[in-house]
Design a protein around this ligand. Structure first.
Ligand code: FMN
Length: 234
């Protein structure tokens, strides 16, 4: 009888250890969602009246690499994404110019600490001013590693990644397509810099990273061109 008791106790212990192992394994692995599984998160409308003038924003703008250890609000995220690629004209024109209005750049939010938004990677949908989650879980450490361990990426509550889908622009612009896309990333990047400044936030445009590693973190095949960590000014 004693033997049976010991066996039972040992069995329970083994099952508990097994459950713990499976749970921690699942937690450590990012969950990438297939296209059909994506759920849309509507963003609040962007606020179109800033606290400072455009000229002040241009004058004050600097690349900043350290931030307060504070979450961003969903309103701030909404304005940042709108400034990057939001729709600003009835016909679909966006905040930043694009050759032939073909918009070859997609905007991703790598969210760690945003009030009311679960940590994860989201693709911005300009037409509906919404986000779809593409990878669940906090991927900032992985993005930091892929960005050659640049501290700014580790410290920021969010990063915006700008990725090129050349297929949208190559049929029309052929051998000019990559050139145009790389010019466009500068327009979007500058809008993000100025919007951050206007909101009392700060950012830095990061071009030094391992392309393949960033693609893995974002779960994309597109060409990552900029990563912009964003946080509250210290
Ligand atoms: C194409 C490009 C790539 C950049 N890459 C990085 C980078 O990998 N890491 C970084 O900390 N800053 C990066 N920067 C930011 C520059 O270092 C910064 O713009 C420069 O020092 C001038 O400072 P300012 O932006 O405050 O005027 C990059 C800027 C550009 C335009």
């Amino acid at each position: 009888m004693k033997r049976v008791k010991y066996f039972f106790f040992f069995f329970i212990l083994l099952a508990a250890a097994g459950l713990f192992f499976v749970e921690s394994f699942l937690k450590s692995e990012p969950i990438t969602l297939a296209q059909g599984e994506e759920k849309m998160i509507k963003l609040p409308s962007p606020v179109l009246a800033g606290e400072i003038s455009l000229e002040e924003a241009i004058e004050k703008r600097r690349s900043v690499r350290t931030y307060k250890d504070e979450a961003l609000t969903l309103e701030e995220v909404s304005n940042l994404l709108w400034a990057a690629s939001g729709i600003t004209a009835d016909w679909g024109g966006r905040a930043a110019p694009s050759a032939g209005a073909l918009y070859p750049l997609d905007v991703y939010l790598v969210s760690g600490e945003v009030e009311g938004l679960t940590a994860g990677i989201y693709r911005y949908l300009p037409e509906s001013h919404a986000l779809v989650v593409t990878v669940e879980g906090d991927r900032r450490s992985a993005l930091h590693a892929a960005s050659l361990l640049q501290d700014s990426v580790k410290k920021a509550p969010v990063s915006i990644a700008l990725c090129a889908e050349y297929g949208r622009i190559t049929p029309r612009y052929r051998d000019r397509a990559k050139r145009y896309t790389k010019i466009e990333v500068g327009h979007i990047g500058q809008n993000i810099y100025l919007q951050a400044e206007s909101l009392g936030l700060a950012t830095v445009a990061i071009g030094a990273f391992k392309d393949g590693a960033v693609q893995k973190v974002l779960a994309v095949e597109q060409d990552p061109l900029y990563i912009m960590p964003i946080g509250r000014k210290q």
